[in-house]
Design a protein around this ligand. Structure first.
Ligand code: ATP
Ligand code: MG
Ligand code: MG
Ligand code: MG
Length: 471
């Protein structure tokens, strides 16, 4: 029997609890007291204060499964086998307690003994001159020399600005030549799908100083991150994270809705199905953590994801509002680990359907306008849509710039982003003069809505009903 994604999450926790780690809960996707980050994107992000010493951790060893969003990966989603905008990161952490040897040997034990992953398929990358990591991999664990790859700073050194930083060691699984690019130098770090990066062990042992030098930290830390979906992909021996049990269940919902088969020869349709599946997971988790669609910050990220998913639904020929129905599937497979999803199910679906509805009323108009623009541009031999027009699509028809760009790109065209930004700036200045609202105040509103999830949202009900009438 293949291990389910939900089982792997539990096994990771049990394993590290057996090694005296305190099992922490996933933090919210909204960072707390951290202006440097819009949305939580790694297991260590919400634990930063424990690493810096600003706060005392509940224990010196901790393990979590953290919900993460990486919108920076959005262009990979649906195209690679291993990227989602949403994913869960499993991690073990040491706040000045154990260091490299325990982190790597326990990691190895978890993979090869607990999960019974074939040892001969595992590779490790280390930082160029991290001889200690080499010694542990080679002498202690027994990984052969030709499966230990030394890479440079871009690949195997973790640092952001000044302060704690250090080398890392990444663990890859070889899925076999059938997934590879075939190049003779194909090995971990290659962009193709053969070697899948599953786990990163970061050894925070230095502090980067103002003058660019590195000093040793008195108490080095361990911060690791393993992609749960990728582990499940490897353990279930499937092609991509979208074929993992829980995620495939969501994708099957998309398949049912559009009446097309998955992976039946239409590569473009497959991409759309995967994009919808991924964005569904992101939107459900973001809303459950209190983000609502808006034109700024996190709310805008959410709006983009919802609208992009809705548009890919159109591409697949799905009619009407369909996202909230798929939300049920996301909640179904994740509710055990994240009970808040079930508690807020109705609320989540209302927010999604309201946004989808808002978008639907303008999508058709917007689409015909952009099609007209594209036709005109073709006639005039132009390839750049003016900033004014891109802004009008955004402002009047609710087309996020990225969506406009995506549609243009499908026609080998681009948008004048600078011109768009100029329009945006002007509009913001006008608006600010009018209502003196800042980003922060807009977010306060979002918090107010979410602090009272038990309230009957009759307002939304009305709107959603209105929307049905419109359809
Ligand atoms: P990649 O090189 O594949 O983009 P990464 O080096 O950016 O991954 P890390 O920042 O090291 O990833 O994050 C730790 C782990 O989280 C990775 O080893 C991987 O298993 C997982 N992970 C990272 N990004 C994603 C994503 N977009 N979707 C799913 N899992 C991810
Ligand atoms: Mg990445
Ligand atoms: Mg990487
Ligand atoms: Mg990495």
């Amino acid at each position: 029997e293949k291990l389910g994604l939900n089982e792997i999450r539990k096994m990771f926790r049990d394993f590290y609890v057996s090694k005296d780690h305190y099992p922490g809960k996933s933090a919210s996707l909204i960072p707390k007291n951290d202006k440097s980050l819009l949305i939580i994107n790694s297991g260590m992000a919400p634990l930063k204060n424990y690493f810096s010493g600003a706060e005392v951790p509940p224990a010196k060893r901790m393990t979590t499964c953290q919900k993460c969003i990486r919108t920076g990966d959005i262009d990979n989603v649906g195209l690679t086998s291993r990227h989602g905008t949403f994913f869960e990161m499993l991690g073990n952490f040491s706040f000045g307690d154990y260091f490299k040897e325990k982190s790597l040997t326990w990691g190895w034990e978890f993979l090869t003994e607990y999960l019974k992953m074939p040892a001969d398929k595992i590779w490790a990358t280390i930082y160029l001159d991290d001889d200690e990591a080499y010694r542990i991999w080679h002498d202690v664990i027994g990984l052969p020399d030709d499966r230990i790859v030394r890479l440079g700073k871009e690949d195997n050194f973790w640092e952001i600005g000044l302060g704690p930083c250090g080398p890392d060691s990444e663990i890859f699984f070889d899925r076999g030549p059938e997934y590879g690019c075939g190049k003779p130098d194909c090995r971990p770090g290659c962009e193709c799908d053969r070697y899948i990066e599953i786990w990163n062990h970061v050894f925070t042992q230095f502090s980067k100083e103002e003058d660019g030098s590195y000093t040793d930290l008195a108490h080095p830390n361990i911060d690791t991150g393993m992609g749960l979906e990728r582990m499940a992909c490897v353990m279930q021996d499937v092609d991509s994270i979208f074929d993992v049990d829980t995620i495939r269940y969501i994708l099957n919902g998309v398949v049912d809705l559009c009446g097309k088969e998955y992976e039946a020869g239409d590569a473009k349709a497959d991409v759309s199905m995967r994009i919808i599946t991924d964005h569904m997971r992101s939107m459900v988790f973001m809303i459950s953590d209190g983000i609502i669609p808006s034109n700024e910050g996190r709310g805008y990220v959410l709006r983009r994801l919802i609208r992009r998913a809705a548009r890919h639904g159109r591409i697949l020929g799905i009619e009407g509002n369909f996202l909230q129905g798929l939300a049920d599937r996301v909640i179904e497979v994740s509710k055990e680990a994240y009970p808040e999803l079930l508690e807020k199910q109705d609320y989540i679906k209302k927010i999604i359907s309201l946004e989808e509805c808002k978008f639907a009323t303008t999508l058709d108009q917007g689409c015909s306008i952009i099609t007209e623009c594209i036709d005109d541009m073709k006639k005039e031999n132009k390839t750049v849509l003016s900033g004014d027009k891109a802004f009008k699509l955004y402002d009047t028809y609710g087309f996020p710039l990225e969506l406009t760009e995506e549609i243009l790109e499908e026609n080998n065209m681009t948008a004048d982003v600078e011109g768009f930004d100029e329009n945006m700036k002007q509009q913001k200045e006008t608006a600010r003069a009018g209502r003196k609202s800042t980003d922060e105040e807009a977010w306060k509103d979002a918090d107010i809505v979410v602090d009272v999830p038990e309230t009957e949202f009759t307002g939304y009900n009305d709107l959603v009903d209105q929307c049905k009438v419109l359809k």
